[in-house]
Design a protein around this ligand. Structure first.
Ligand code: NDP
Ligand code: HSE
Length: 425
């Protein structure tokens, strides 16, 4: 016996359009596998007069509220994006007793806790698998398979545009401006690439990962962020010489009973699985106390990969609708966030120094006096061209900032150059 579940779709752009097609293609298999007869009955868009693909019987409108409130809509899929309007629409749907599936990372990073609580109050579900790393089933892995896992750290390449750009810089020796123009021409980077290249997209995803992995309410504003616009071809070549690639990582970790989350370009050893993630692919590397290391890899964006994640959520929510049950997650606790200056990393630091006796001892003394232990160092060039690349053991941001301040003031240091956090080793 099949159970009919009717869907109201908000947004029919890249992802919404792909969802309409994928559901049509998969309809009979889904019915055979799950007993669900899924139908999109209504679709809301901004401009209903625009030419579109096949609607397969759905009614198209520019009236979002009418879709949410319709009697022939059992669950709502939000694929518009943005924060304020989407927040109102998702809240209205939940208050009407309709579960919501969304791929909207900006919304969840800003208002996830409030909306999860609202879903709980109204005994419905809010599912958001597509919001982080597109087609990779990360949310479900964290919420279900790894529920009992003492997760220590999650490190993700969660932005395809910047990974594409860094991969091109690494593989072709191209510079930043060149690969940005190429990423825009290929449609990876938007005309205004700020959200991707300055790390804000990854910042929102880091906040969602922190909330889901550690059950603590973390917003994007809690996540310190540095993007890739300062990464140069020279930095990439220097990293390669030392056996590293530079990746933009969202790093979320437990530190005692605190959670720390941040986004920054990071030097990753070439032997680390994350170093092998090329082009616009995403990957999330999880370090668990019991399971050990694991990595999820795949397409983090694009209509069909993202629609695949949305459809998985739709089936889950529709199953609950048809059974009259909901999967309730416990309410999120307040996060005890580690102060950014207390976060620990190993660092890479490139210094231009005078090439004369005693300089190395002076410089090393500054590291030592500020509690930063040097793991390796290598001098390049001679005389006025001399530079020393240091890699430290783990140190706090606070101690490293103090070290940099003192090094900047040292007469024998001509220039404090590139600085990167470093993982593995
Ligand atoms: P698009 O810009 O391609 O599509 C947005 C859709 O929303 C369009 O159909 C548009 O209507 C509609 N829309 C915009 N404003 C309104 C409004 N005020 N009222 C009603 N409808 C409106 O976005 P995407 O499909 O790329 O992204 C959708 C969501 O999925 C976003 O939250 C995004 O972050 C998320 N996501 C996207 C990924 C991707 O690869 N694209 C990957 C992971 C998540 P119209 O067609 O008339 O313009
Ligand atoms: N702009 C994002 C990326 C896709 O480049 O990965 C949507 O999250």
């Amino acid at each position: 016996m099949t159970a009919s579940v009717r869907i109201g779709l908000l947004g029919m752009g890249n992802v919404g359009g792909a969802l309409v097609e994928l559901l049509q293609e998969q309809h009979s298999d889904i019915a055979a596998l799950t007993g669900l007869d899924l139908a999109i009955t209504r679709i809301a868009v901004r401009d209903a007069s625009k030419p579109r693909g096949e609607l397969y019987g759905a009614e198209l409108t520019d009236n979002v509220a009418a879709v949410i409130d319709a009697d022939d809509v059992d669950l709502v899929v939000e694929l518009v994006g943005g924060v304020d309007l989407a927040r109102d629409w998702v809240a209205r749907s939940l208050q009407a007793g309709k579960s919501v599936v969304t791929g909207n990372k900006a919304l969840l990073a800003a208002h996830g806790r409030e909306l999860m609580d609202l879903a709980g109050e109204h005994n419905v579900e809010l599912l958001f698998e597509a919001s982080v790393a597109g087609g990779i089933p990360l949310m479900r892995a964290l919420q279900k398979s790894l529920r009992g896992e003492p997760i220590e750290r999650v490190m993700g390449i969660v932005n395809g545009t910047t990974n594409y750009m860094l991969s091109k810089m690494t593989e072709d020796g191209a510079d930043y401006a060149e690969v940005l123009a190429e990423a825009q021409a290929l449609g990876y980077a938007e005309a205004d690439p700020t959200a991707d290249v300055e790390g804000h997209d990854a910042q929102a995803k880091a906040a969602i990962i922190a909330s889901v992995a550690f059950g603590a309410s973390v917003t994007d504003a809690d996540v310190p962020v540095q993007g890739i616009s300062g990464v140069t071809a020279e930095d990439i070549a220097n990293a390669a010489r030392l056996g590293y690639v530079i990746k933009l990582l969202a790093v979320v970790e437990r530190s005692g009973d605190e959670v720390a989350a941040r986004v920054h370009p990071t030097m990753v050893p070439t032997s680390h699985p994350l170093a092998t993630v090329r082009g616009s692919f995403n990957a999330v590397f999880i370090e668990g106390g019991a399971v050990g290391d694991l990595m999820l890899y795949g397409r983090g964006a694009g209509g069909r990969p993202t629609a695949s994640a949305v459809l998985g959520d739709v089936i889950e929510a529709a199953t609950s609708v048809s059974h009259g049950t909901v999967r309730r997650l416990p309410p999120m606790a307040d996060a005890r966030l580690r102060a950014p200056e207390a976060a620990m990393s190993a660092f890479y630091l490139d210094l231009s120094v005078e090439d004369r006796p005693g300089v190395l001892a002076e410089v090393a003394g500054v590291f030592g006096a500020n509690g930063v232990s040097i793991r390796s160092m290598e001098q390049q060039g001679l005389g006025a061209e001399a530079s020393i690349a240091f890699i430290t053991h783990e140190a706090t941001e606070r101690d490293m900032a103090a070290t940099l301040e003192k090094l900047n003031a040292l007469p024998s240091v001509n220039r404090v150059g590139a600085q990167y956090r470093v993982i593995g080793g």
